[in-house]
Ligand binder design. Structure first.
Ligand code: IVH
Length: 696
């Protein structure tokens, strides 16, 4: 026996197993580095012995030479489609048809998500993947074997004891939402075309003639059926067939169930509908299949779809509509946000009339113009967004051509331009270099910013002023009764009762709400100030660290040098707070550098806003004194809170992000960008074991 050849097959076995654990079972047993090490060992051996390379070697997943074109593949078993249903009644009717067709009173169904990807047919001969074909027109598709080999969730060789001589598996190739987001970010950064949705991205990636590109695109796969099986006995049910596929090493979706009757089907539809926004992949419905394969056969097909299955679709998450106007909204921090006003369209279960366009660069990149037809997307509770423009539908007009007899066409509408001044207060609008956002420079002079600053101040997580909603704030600002949050506390009964739709009773309630809000907490108070980049968590950290605001409330000194020194000292003080980096620290310093902001804080304290004293975190004495730790990934035995408690008990601090100040990063399985950053910055990296050893 040749021992190098033995090693090659041992390596392939290990790599197959690890890839299956990682991509199919979602339960890796070795760190990525170990996988990479074995992979490159195999690569080296195969490079030295090209005659040993097999089609199912894990090294073949990196893609090969570009093809001139895809070869056609005739499907031995046609790839059919499913009938669609949208309403509950359609489902009751489906169940009735099935029961009557079978002459039974109750039917068991295998139910699961309808993935929004691309159908694929995989053929295995003696357990080795030999062909992968797209659906095409159902009768014939394209040979995409080279590309499919790069998809790590698809086994190149089957596992398990019973190996069919020929097996044809049907399933869906898709791209996870997170991989789609990453791909689009990469594409945009490289100035290349972005994809409208994960389905298009998956399709574009699978139909690449250059499989090395597919290999970089991170596609995944779910099996949902068996088209042919020779040399093995199939289980008698659809759900059994799925278990059979799991044993052979195929990824099968976990969100499946066996249910009975129309009621069971509809419960499943609602249940998955609720989970839909949180699923890692896009689905456009659920599929109900009669579980018994014998019953499936009995029911058969009508034209191109089975009688034994149906797709129950969710409301579309993408629709077409037209842009009626592009308005500018002014946010609390003065950010000007272009918003598309749309011809009302029903999408994702609601009627959408507005969609954010984020910022100027985004509008330019997508080239959205008034009058354009656009794709609008609303997924779950996500804010509706304009995915892209349907350029073919852009309204055009004729313009005279170069001679009397010719005409050319040009768009009727012109590219969007960000206004130079704030549409609310007329102050200059500026865009910082390297910044995407354009801001109004009006500050609290700008009524839009003032309204939102007040709304934020009164909101539930801030001072929580009962009864002070946006309609009242709007009136208070428009009537010039309130300019700063402190003014809220000097409002009188008469002033409030004079507002529209404000009865005496509600005015009294509001006054009580205002009075109550005076007793608050320091974290709430800091959060309520609306300092840029200071959210609830940072406000809590600041309160915990300083226990008071006094160090920040002193005016900056007059002289230039003194001023610079003082700012540096303040930044230094602030960056000692866990999780406060230079950007957040700068925002805080900037906020308190403004005299009017300090005055508002003092005025609020003067009118009686108060909070209980806070016991400041004092670092415990211990071996980790002065050290800042960052935790990342999953540690083998310690939970995050446990590890944090251990570190703090030893006098150390735990921060959320890695910087030059970080002393140690404690990394576990699936550590991501924080580990990379630590490596880049040369920060010490410990395992859980190292942490325990240091405390022993
Ligand atoms: S079963 C006889 N199950 O939907 C057809 N299809 O309209 C059997 N699809 O092209 C198909 N998820 O790509 C089935 N769980 C699922 C599915 C699914 C998505 C797609 C499939 C097919 C289309 C049928």
């Amino acid at each position: 026996m040749n021992s190098t050849l033995d090693r090659v097959s041992e390596l392939r076995g290990l790599l197959h197993r690890y890839a299956h654990e990682y991509y199919v079972l979602d339960a890796p047993t070795v760190p990525d580095a170990e996988y990479d090490r074995l992979f490159s060992e195999l690569q080296t051996l195969e490079y030295a012995h090209p005659e040993w390379v097999t089609v199912d070697s894990p090294t073949r997943r990196v893609g090969g030479k570009p093809l001139p074109e895809f070869s056609p593949v005739i499907h031995k078993v046609p790839m059919l489609s499913l009938n669609n249903a949208f309403e509950d009644e359609d489902i009751a009717a489906f169940d009735k048809r099935v029961r009557e067709g079978l002459g039974v009173t109750e039917v068991v169904y295998d139910v699961g998500p309808k993935f929004d990807g691309l159908a694929i047919s995989l053929t295995y001969v003696d357990g080795v993947l030999t062909q992968a074909a797209t659906r095409g027109d159902g009768a014939s598709g394209e040979d995409v074997t080279q590309n499919v080999r790069t998809i790590r969730a698809i086994p190149l060789r089957l596992s398990g004891e019973t190996m069919p001589a020929v097996l044809e598996v049907r399933g869906e190739v898709l791209m996870l939402k997170k991989d789609f987001a990453r791909l689009n970010a990469d594409q945009a950064a490289r100035g290349q075309k972005t994809f409208a949705n994960p389905r298009n991205a998956a399709a574009g990636s699978l139909r690449q003639l250059d499989s090395r590109i597919t290999a970089m695109r991170r596609l995944t796969f779910f099996a949902y059926g068996i088209a042919q099986c020779e040399g093995s006995v199939l289980p008698p049910t659809q759900s059994g067939a799925m278990d059979f596929l799991v044993n052979l090493g195929f990824p099968v979706c976990h969100e499946r169930a066996r249910v009975t009757g129309a009621g069971g089907l509809l419960d499943f539809y609602r249940n998955i509908g609720g989970k839909r926004p949180g699923l890692p992949y896009d689905i456009d419905g659920v599929v109900y299949k009669v579980d018994s394969l014998a019953q499936q056969e009995e029911l058969g097909f009508v034209s191109r779809a089975p009688r034994w299955a149906i797709a129950h679709k969710y409301p579309a998450q993408e629709e077409l509509t037209t842009v009626e106007a592009i308005d500018i909204q002014v946010g609390r921090t003065g950010a000007l946000t272009p918003v598309a006003r749309l011809k009302p369209v029903f999408v994702g279960g609601v009627t959408v009339t507005n969609a954010t366009l984020h910022n100027e660069d985004e509008v330019r990149r997508k080239d959205v113009r008034v009058g354009d037809t656009v794709i609008v997307r609303r997924a779950g509770d996500v804010i509706p967004e304009v995915v892209g423009v349907v350029l073919e539908k852009r309204p055009m007009k004729d313009v005279p051509g170069t001679d009397l007899f010719s005409t050319a066409q040009e768009p009727v509408n012109s590219p969007f331009e960000m206004p130079k001044t704030c549409p609310v207060c007329g102050s200059h609008a500026v865009k910082g270099e390297d910044e995407a956002v354009t801001r109004c420079t009006g500050g609290l002079y700008c009524a839009a910013q003032r309204k939102q600053a007040l709304w934020h101040f009164a909101s539930r997580k801030a001072l929580d002023i009962d009864g002070l909603g946006d309609k009242i704030i709007e009136q208070l600002v428009d009537a010039d009764l309130v300019k700063t949050p402190a003014d809220i506390y000097s409002l009188s009964m008469e002033q409030l009762a004079g507002l529209e739709r404000m009865g005496e009773k509600s005015a009294q309630n509001l006054l009580a709400g205002i009075a109550n809000s005076k007793n608050t907490t320091l974290p709430r108070f800091i959060y309520a100030l609306g300092i840029r980049n200071v959210g609830e968590a940072t406000a809590r950290d600041l309160a915990q660290h300083f226990g008071m605001l006094d160090p920040l409330l002193l005016p900056l000194p007059e002289g230039d040098t003194e001023r610079k020194q003082d700012i540096a000292r303040r930044l230094d003080l602030l960056t000692q707070v866990p999780d406060v980096g230079p950007v957040v620290a700068q925002s805080i310093v900037d906020f308190f550098a403004e005299a009017h902001n300090r005055e508002v804080v003092l005025a609020l304290i003067n009118v009686g806003v108060n909070w209980p004293a806070i016991e400041v975190n004092v670092a415990k004495e211990g071996p980790f004194n002065g050290k800042t730790f960052v935790l990342t990934g999953t540690l083998p035995t310690l939970g995050r809170d446990e590890a944090k408690a251990m570190i703090e008990a030893a006098g150390g601090k735990v921060a959320g992000s890695v910087s030059k100040k970080t002393s140690v990063v404690v990394a576990g399985e699936e550590a991501g960008s924080k580990l990379v950053k630590a490596q880049e910055l040369g920060v010490n990296i410990w395992s859980e074991e190292d942490l325990r050893a240091a405390l022993d």
